[in-house]
Each structure stands twice: as C-alpha cells, then as structure tokens.
Design a protein around this ligand. Structure first.
Ligand code: NAD
Length: 361
C-alpha cells in the first residue's frame, strides 16, 4: 500500500490536545490495516504568529501543497484578538483554503443514538438523521465583485455581488452527486430560483448533471423551505448541495439539529488538495485542561480515510468505534449525561482506538 503524506497543523488552544488524541486513532489504523503515513507538523494560527510573525508561514503552505491531506486542530484565541484583521490567526485559515483551492466544504450531521438527548428536537423527529451538507466555498457573495460601501447621491450604499460561473457550480454539484452515490443516493439541491438568476443557472446545471447520475434521486428546495424542512424532517435528507451563503447558514442549522459542537467533523476538498478539521474553534476556555472532546477531530480523520485515501473500511471502523464508545457510556464533560463515565481527551481517544481493535477482531 502506498504511503500517505499528512500535514499535521495542531494550531492553538485545544488544537494540540485533540490532534494528539487523533494520532492515537491513526496509529491504530496503521496497526490494523497496515496503512502507512508520513506525518509532518507545520505551524498555523497564533503559534505561527508568535514564532514567525505570519499566521500561515510559507513553509507550512509548501508542506500542505506537497501532502496528500491536511489534518488541522483549530486556530485563534484571546492572546491574538487585538491584532489587525489581516494579521490574526483566522487569516491563516482563510488563506490556506484559498491557496489550496478548496472549493467544497463537507459538513456531516449525524445523530448518534446514545446522544439523541443533545438535540433540541424531539427524539421521534431527529431519530435516524444522517445528512451531509456540501457547501460551495470559493464563490458567491463572499467573493463577487463589485463589493464595498460607496457613496451615491450623498448616500452610503452597500454592495455585494452574487456571482457563479457554470464551471464553479458544476464541479461542486458533481462532487455532491458522487458523494450521494456512495451513500443513500438522494441529493437535495438548495437555491432561491424563484427570485435569483444565479439560482436559475444553479438549477439548470444540477439538471444537466443529473443525467450522468441516473441512480441518484434529486430534489430541489428553495432555501427558506429547506431551513424549515431541516427541523421538521431532518432524517429525510441524505446529501444537500448548495452555494456558499446558503450553505454557511444551513450547515450550522444541520449541526445544531444533531446536537453537540464537540462531535461535528468537516472536510474541505478541492481537485488536488484536502483539509480535515473539526467544526468547533480552539475553545480557549478549556485549553490545556485535558478535557476537550476529541471526537470531532477523530471523525474528521475518518473522512480523510474515505475522501483522500479511498479507504472507506478504515473510515467505517473509526465511526463504529466512536459509536461503541458512546454506547459504553464514555463521555467528555461537554457531552456528559446522567450515569455516564466522564473521561478526558486522551482516555476518550484511547477507548475509541481499543474499540477499533475489538470491532475488527
Ligand atoms: P469555540 O468553538 O472554540 O467554543 C465554543 C464553546 O464550545 C466553548 O465553550 C468551548 O469550550 C466549547 N467547545 C468547543 N469545542 C469543544 C470541544 N472539542 N470539546 C469541548 N468543548 C468544546 O468557539 P469560540 O469560543 O467562539 O471561539 C474561540 C476561538 O476559536 C476564537 O479565537 C475563534 O476565532 C476561534 N475559532 C476557530 C475556528 C477554526 O479554527 N476553524 C472555528 C471557530 C472559531
């Protein structure tokens, strides 16, 4: 089997703790499946500013570009909050996404049986929810020109431009179809085609691509309706594909539907590069205490096996081991419930690794 090169960017706050815990799971995958990795660490965020003055040093960027995948913890913290916006840790994250041309952001939202109480929705509504939001990440209102606040006839006017080329739409739509093919074969495309021309084009392209994926069932929803359906019938969604702005909002909604921040993984994919990171931030309030939940990062690593290395069986085993560990009652403090066994970051990861071994044998 070939050797996979992984750039490991631990970052700030709880970043080093959750990434170190995840490395236990990678090592277990190496033991069980004989997958070989070459792990190389790079600086990003606040620690990079402290050491080099730059939140994304050139050396880190080169490391990421020459790796098969990037595994990232989190960046930011109060120490760097007073720096000007373009010098802050978060700037490193925005730049890396752009430099690696990561145009699709994948956010799975799955309800874990033992944590069903963490959802604000009723159990019978949320039961069985397992969806993935595929959000376009490099176009739309966030990048379109012209943009800015201008003066017109003595009055200030704010302008942002919603803009997509057909190729930008097609590549993310195609990726979403491919993901749907490997799952329950249902794709929901979300737009605002009753009002926006850009959405009309989006819908046309989904229909064109649909012909290449006849096994996939396609549903079109307006974004306002989708926001409602997501809380009314979350378990009916499989893969949702949408533009940058709508995806920003819907992926957060999907996250809250299933509950806990410490459990949400993500992947950002391009044609040549991929970055895997938890949805949450650097949690400075609990950093260094050894109590952070490592599961979001561990599940991000599971996505790395699936999407970057094509090793679905490793991803599946990690997910099953997470589920088993929760069933056994192991919890980090953020997801504690009555009668459970509260453990720290390292112990949680160790138990997941042990369960990988058990489930495999
Ligand atoms: P946050 O996600 O870091 O924390 C929000 C709350 O959730 C906190 O109470 C925290 O303790 C808790 N939490 C988060 N992850 C947890 C985990 N794995 N286990 C247990 N509890 C967890 O968001 P915030 O407080 O708004 O931001 C803190 C810093 O992180 C800021 O500097 C922000 O800019 C940065 N941030 C970074 C990213 C990223 O690196 N991708 C994302 C969001 C925020």
């Amino acid at each position: 089997m070939r050797k996979f090169r992984i750039a490991v960017l631990k970052g700030d706050g709880i970043g080093p703790e959750i990434v170190d815990a995840t490395l236990l799971v990678l090592n277990k995958a190496r033991e069980i499946f004989g997958v070989e990795f070459e792990l190389k660490e790079g600086l990003i965020g606040g620690v990079a500013i402290d050491e080099t003055g730059d939140p994304l040093p050139e050396e880190t960027l080169e490391l990421c570009k020459s790796s098969d995948a990037v595994l990232l913890g989190a960046v930011g913290g109060p120490k760097w909050d007073d720096l000007p916006t373009d010098k802050r840790p978060e700037k490193g994250l925005l730049r890396i996404r752009k430099e690696l041309d990561l145009y699709a952001n994948l956010r799975p939202a799955r309800v874990w049986g033992p944590l069903i109480d963490a959802s604000p929705l009723k159990e019978e509504v949320v039961k069985g929810t397992d969806m993935i939001v595929v959000r376009e990440l490099t176009g739309d209102l966030y990048y379109g020109e012209p943009r800015g606040v201008f003066k017109e006839d003595g009055m200030r006017v704010g302008i942002n431009t919603m803009r997509y080329t057909e190729e930008e739409i097609r590549r993310v739509v195609r990726m979403a179809f491919e993901i749907a093919l490997k799952r329950r074969k249902k794709l929901t495309s979300v737009d605002k085609a009753n009002v926006l021309e850009v959405s009309g084009l989006w819908r046309e392209i989904v229909e064109e691509e649909r012909k290449n994926f006849p096994e996939v069932e396609v549903e079109h929803l307006y974004v306002d309706n989708c926001a409602m359906q997501m809380v009314k019938r979350p378990s009916s969604f499989d893969v949702i594909v949408t533009s940058n702005m709508f995806g920003d909002i819907l992926s957060d909604e999907a996250g809250v539907v299933v509950g806990s921040l410490g459990m949400l993984p993500s992947a950002s994919l391009g044609d040549r590069h991929a970055l895997y990171e938890p949805v949450h931030g650097s949690a400075p309030d609990i950093a260094g205490k050894g109590i952070a939940n490592p599961v979001a990062t561990i599940l991000s690593a599971a996505m790395m096996f699936r999407f970057s290395f094509g090793l679905d069986e490793v991803g599946d085993l990690i997910e099953r081991a997470v589920e088993r560990t929760l069933e056994e009652g192991y919890r980090t403090p953020d997801i504690r419930s009555e009668g459970c066994r509260v453990v720290g970051t390292q112990k949680m990861a160790e138990r997941i690794a042990e369960n990988m071994e058990r489930l495999r044998s």
